[in-house]
Design a protein around this ligand. Sequence first.
Ligand code: F6P
Length: 367
Amino acid sequence: MKLKIAILTGGGDCPGLNGAVKWVTKSVLDPKLVEKRSVSFEVIGVADGWKGLVEVDPDDPKSCDRYLKRLDEEIVRTWDRYGGTNLGTSRTNPFNPKNDRSEKLIDNIKKLGIDALVALGGEDTLGVAYKLHKLGIKTVGIPKTIDNDLTGTEYSLGFDTAVNVIMEEIDRLRTTAGSHGRIFVVETMGRHAGWLALHGGECSGAYIILIPEHHFDMGKVCELLRERRGREIKYSIIVISEGAKPSGQHEFLRNGKVDEFGHPSLGGIASYVAGEIEKQTGFESRHLILSHLQRGGSPSAHDRLMARWFGIAAADMIINEDFGRMVSLVRGEITSVPMKEVINKLKLVDVEKYYDTERYNGRRSIM
Ligand code: F6P
């Protein structure tokens, strides 16, 4: 028996996606393992996430060429070294109530003879995979989001590389911040969860870290900066999540647009904070939005390793017919959790456990 597996990547790209696609493909096609199994597989990479599976016309060879690519061990051999997603991605939501294309999606899956589907994504992409699972399509999820805010897993692909980008850029900023004696406010991604700002800020020794889970008081930020100046320290680095909010205010929006899952595009909080610091303290301040640099470049060693393990685990789940679940890392072990538990609930920073609301920084007591 031969089964057809489709793989797609959805939502924001990040380093580690290509590695996971490689290891799903290699594991299901591995000639040694194939000998031991009663089934063999064919692997199809779908271009542009859910958009590809919605827009492909199974009866049109040109459209199939555009959206579907047969993957084999030779094609994916070097993929784990590269960031982004070679399959392409989109934020298409086939179940968007304003433009529901789920019927077309399910029809295409059936017409194409897809027996199982591996979806690599965050809450939105996996939410679609879960809805398909409930409708009888065999799906497996692999967690990715640089925000690391997926419930049910300690790790999501892309996070480690992004934290490294934050650390490296702050290392660079320090020399210029120090030379001029300036305050630098560095904005990271993280719509709802402050993991990127917290871990990025902690490992780069930021003086202040501001996260969405704890609304901050601008006056207190200025007080902390004055206190530090008083200790003759010339410059300070503040790391702030894009979704952080000053007390009594909403998150800062980049523009009025929302994506197909209803998420607004965030941005601008760092500029506001830098402006307020200058106004309230007179300290010269600058801001920097790290933006998509955090999702760029090649994967860190940790992301390559996790991509490999997550990819292999997803292949095992297909072989074991363990559908409707997402590969996950729990207490350092690779396992899986029902997708149902992953959606509609984000993994936020536990302020009491990890955040010091007096210092506006990571806690200094861990045990
Ligand atoms: O992948 C999640 C995320 O990193 C968010 O933190 C951020 O708001 C969003 O992506 C931005 O994505 P894009 O501009 O690519 O739509």
